[in-house]
Design a binder for this molecule. Structure first.
Ligand SMILES: O=c1[nH]cnc2c(O)cc(-c3ccc(F)cc3)cc12
Ligand SMILES: [Mg+2]
Length: 214
């Protein structure tokens, strides 16, 4: 009964990062994943692209699918304007428990609502449970086989508006071919691929940014 990798990542954050300082939490996790144990955070290279998309959009309401240890949650929430809200969905309770503590250490509790459960069940409840009208920004980073069904669900539940930006991680590695096929051929989206690398490696990966046209 040893510790898990997410628990060791959390321990590194609580040991080395400054409480209330999101940048130091980000830097600590990147150092841990580069020099101690690889973990599936979006990472610093793709994370910079994520930062530029969020900064340009300045969203009031954002959704993240797949919290894991909270690394991208912290990256996004630190850039949000006062009064805005990031809802992040995680179905693995062990990951959620670690992420709550990482988000708290970064001092971002007032901007983030972490909800445990399967995205397919939670997305239809967004309006009634969290008073969401539509999302300005959605970061897809949970499971490759859920990207397409969850995107269709977001459309059907009226959670996207003209101009909503979807940003999808891992469209090359592990790869989301059905999602790419749909989103790149749909007249309801304008898409662009940002070539990058799998976190902390030289393997190709990238982010797909898609604007919903309504
Ligand atoms: O399952 C994943 N969810 C979200 N993000 C991921 C991510 O950024 C990377 C990977 C991943 C990539 C290569 C590999 F050899 C093993 C795992 C998985 C996920
Ligand atoms: Mg990912």
């Amino acid at each position: 009964t040893g510790s898990t990798r997410p628990q060791r990542l959390l321990r590194a954050v609580q040991k080395k990062a400054t409480q209330g300082d999101p940048q130091s939490v980000i830097a600590t996790i990147d150092h841990f994943c580069r020099h101690s144990e690889w973990a599936m955070n979006v990472g610093d290279e793709k994370g910079s692209i994520l930062d530029s998309v969020v900064t340009e959009l300045n969203p009031s309401s954002a959704l993240e699918l797949g919290t894991y240890c909270g690394y991208s949650t912290v990256r996004i929430a630190r850039l949000l304007p006062p009064g805005s809200k990031l809802i992040t969905l995680e179905f693995n309770p062990a990951y959620a428990a670690v992420a709550r503590q990482v988000i708290a250490w970064a001092g971002l509790n007032d901007k983030v609502q972490l909800v445990e459960g399967p995205s397919g069940d939670l997305i239809p409840q967004m309006k009634e449970l969290f008073g969401v009208q539509t999302f300005d920004f959605v970061f897809l980073d949970h499971w490759k086989d859920r990207y397409l069904p969850d995107t269709k669900l977001l459309e059907e539940c009226g959670l996207l508006r003209k101009g909503t930006v979807l940003l999808a991680d891992n469209v090359i590695c592990p790869g989301t071919p059905e999602y790419l096929e749909y989103i790149r051929n749909s007249s309801r989206y304008e898409s662009r691929y940002f070539k990058s690398h799998l976190e902390y490696t030289k393997v190709e990966d990238g982010l797909e940014k898609s604007v919903f046209l309504g």
